[in-house]
Design a protein around this ligand. Structure first.
Ligand code: ZN
Length: 469
């Protein structure tokens, strides 16, 4: 399959250039003005062509709970999330489709789904997400979310301590499950990749981390986890290891150029130096960090230390959307208030590079995707510069990143295949998806989480908040 996009605007060092882009065998084969047309001709006039972004951290099934969880910090928010988590693989399939649609229509061509598994139907859960991503055609990186400690272990014990129930599955059984998932589903040729994704230090033993490192080495897969999302986790790491979480993860060998870590809010300067030294990637989830009150990640410090940073939406229950352009905008300008030296602030072009090449690097695929370069995968997006939100004509990337683009995505290609045309997803029936999401849910305002009631007083106590009993 080959095609030629004619007269698209692309960014170059000196500004912008109107050019043609040719694709053959799923890859970019030529970029130059006035190419002799090959294959289907696509009119790129008045459109901006950019590499596809990576939604580098999300949890697709959280879509079923978006907008409903009250303002709570992560540890309490999680109790509420767990109590109402979807238990039907068909729901997982639908929310994966929904996540993919919103990612595609906000400039994304890849999604990293840290996928919550339905207990007892783990492989069925992964199969449902794989089916959704293959049908729609987005490039998928599925990291089945695993842990081997129960939820209460994720909070600092404090002086009084806290009892934990045993986790539902042994570490060994979880690692066997991951190996089965790799064998059954990891298929980069078909744009489905499995990541080893222990949830984080707060709920995982060293044995689980080490088992994931081993599987990652044996199958050449990337590693993914949450890292120091909250102040409570920083405290927990000291209780658990007597050192910082980052030092501990380096010591056990989890940090590497194949490792991406979501959030990274509570790292100090020594931790940042370790992230740079190990060439690990930070996935910035600014909206989730604001929504859960987790804090502002020191993104400008990472960039100055040479740490690769990409963007994620995080799950839709802590965002409560999957609009990548929104996450990129907030995740870029948020940091201006953290550093008076405006020369450190993130420019719109840097935001684009973080979202595309930064995302690719975090998946160890910088050689294959993440920029408009001959030989790379044809994963790119055409933005309609005649959309009202991108008018009048000023600085196209400046307005795309700093503005509030609506209906700006005209076309999306993943691996050379067109997924979106004229602003509409072509590979699935979005009206049918809307119907199913509507029919399988109901309006609700009064649900009560039993687990939240059980752990709230302990949380208030260890976090030294007033009024606990
Ligand atoms: Zn997350």
């Amino acid at each position: 399959m080959s095609f030629t996009i004619q007269n698209a605007l692309i960014p170059v060092d000196s500004g912008y250039e109107t050019t043609d882009v040719q694709v053959a065998d799923n890859c970019i084969s030529a970029i130059a003005p006035n190419l002799s047309p090959v294959g289907t001709i696509i009119d790129g006039k008045n459109k901006l062509l950019l590499p596809g972004f990576v939604n580098a951290h999300t949890h697709s099934s959280e879509m079923w709970q978006r907008g409903i969880i009250p303002p709570l910090p992560l540890e309490l928010w999680l109790a509420e999330l767990y109590d109402f988590t979807p238990l039907d693989p068909e729901q997982v399939y639908l929310s994966a489709l929904g996540t993919a649609v919103e990612t595609l229509l906000s400039g994304g061509t890849s999604v990293v789904d840290h996928l919550v598994l339905i207990p007892g139907q783990e492989l069925e859960t992964i199969a449902a997400a794989v089916r959704a991503y293959q049908e729609i055609g987005i490039r998928a990186f599925i990291g089945p979310l695993i842990q081997d400690e129960s939820l209460t272990a994720g909070m600092p014990a404090g002086e009084g301590g806290i009892e934990h129930a045993a986790y539902i599955r042994s570490t060994k059984a979880t690692l066997e499950l991951m190996e089965a998932a790799i064998k059954e589903f990891h298929n980069p040729e078909k744009d489905v990749n499995i990541l080893l994704a222990p949830t984080g230090i707060q709920l995982c033993s060293d044995a689980l981390f080490e088992g994931c490192i081993d599987l990652g080495d044996r199958y050449n897969l990337c590693l993914h986890a949450h890292l120091l999302e909250t102040c409570a986790q920083k405290q927990l790491a000291q209780e658990k290891y007597g050192c910082s979480a980052v030092e501990h993860l380096q010591e056990i060998g989890f940090l590497s150029p194949r490792t991406s870590l979501a959030h990274c809010v509570w790292l100090d300067n020594d931790d940042i130096a370790i992230m740079a030294e190990t060439k690990s990637t930070v996935v910035h989830n600014p909206l989730s960090n604001l929504r859960l009150g987790s804090g502002i990640a020191p993104i400008l410090k990472y960039r100055q230390a040479g740490v690769n940073v990409s963007f994620g939406c995080d799950g839709a229950a802590s965002n409560d959307s999957q609009d990548l352009l929104e996450a990129i905008k907030i995740g870029s300008i948020l940091h201006n208030i953290t550093d008076l030296d405006y020369r450190h602030w993130i420019t719109p072009r840097q935001s684009v590079e973080m979202a595309s090449l930064g995302g690719a690097k975090g998946l160890n695929l910088a050689e294959e995707m993440g920029s408009l370069t001959v030989g790379k995968k044809a994963d790119f997006v055409l933005y309609d510069l005649t959309s009202l939100s991108l008018l009048p004509r000023t600085e196209p990337i400046g307005l795309l990143i700093l503005g509030r683009p609506t209906n700006a995505v005209d076309s999306v290609w993943v691996n050379g295949k067109q997924i979106v045309a004229e602003g509409k997803v072509k590979t699935i029936d979005v009206d049918d998806l809307r119907r199913q999401l509507f029919d399988r849910s109901e309006w609700s305002s009064k649900r009560q989480s039993p687990m939240l009631g059980e752990i709230e007083s302990h949380y208030r106590q260890v976090m030294k908040l007033p009024g606990y009993s």
